[in-house]
Design a protein around this ligand. Structure first.
Ligand code: PRP
Length: 203
């Protein structure tokens, strides 16, 4: 992490080296870093500016999909200059191992009624797109004023499931990536950068 540890928060309100896990601390677990802390922060600020423009004068509800979207929700929402509300859903995909099946079960539903509300779903990653396909049809059935998707990362296979994504942080190759909310077996979510996980960790 290049940021000077001067005791002051950066543009996204985060503090210096003592408070974060960065890729230099777990370099043995990664084959490479795809995006640095600074690159991710910069992209979130760019996307927030787009969202500010697109939703000017509207009430916006951000819906984060737990657990991975915690980091992007925190950064994106604080980079907005407009007011927004936040709500959360937790879903799980039926299926074997790490493969999505497309059959999704809601573990935690929204706390609010979204009828007539402008909803922006916030995801950490779209892999196969199956989770979002389900979520979109489920949320549309509740009659929002509008429904758009934002994701920090998107893999190539997502296009096959034809979910329209309005805001994409980064398109990434089909690799096992961790960090910035993305986990392996519950770990690495608090890595501030994003890296490709070394096969020795999961094999
Ligand atoms: C991840 C991610 C998406 C989903 C995408 O969640 O947050 O919700 O997978 O996969 P798909 O495009 O193949 O459907 P995960 O189930 O890993 O849960 P987590 O957010 O708690 O890590």
């Amino acid at each position: 992490m290049d940021k000077a540890d001067d005791g002051r928060p950066d543009a996204l309100g985060r503090y210096g080296k003592l408070c974060v896990v960065d890729d230099t601390q777990i370099s043995d677990d990664l084959t490479r870093v795809l995006f640095t802390t600074e690159q991710i922060a910069g992209r979130m600020i760019e996307l927030a500016a787009e969202i500010d423009r697109d939703y000017a004068g509207k009430d916006l509800l951000l819906v984060g999909v737990l657990n991975g979207a915690v980091m992007v929700m925190a950064d994106l929402s604080r980079a907005l200059t407009m007011h927004c509300k936040m709500d959360w859903m937790a879903v799980t995909s039926y299926g074997s191992g790490t493969q999505s099946s497309g059959v999704v079960r809601i573990l935690k539903d929204l706390s609010t009624d979204i009828t007539g509300v402008h909803v922006l779903v916030v995801e950490d990653i779209i892999d196969t797109g199956l989770t979002l396909s389900y979520l979109v049809s489920n949320l549309l059935s509740r009659g929002p004023a509008s429904l758009k998707i934002m994701t920090a990362f998107r893999k190539p296979e997502a296009e096959q499931n034809a979910v329209e994504v309005a805001y994409v942080g980064f398109d990434i190759p089909n690799e096992f990536v961790v960090g910035y909310g993305l986990d392996y077996d519950g770990r690495y979510r608090n890595l501030t950068s994003v890296g490709a996980l070394s096969p020795h960790v999961y094999s």
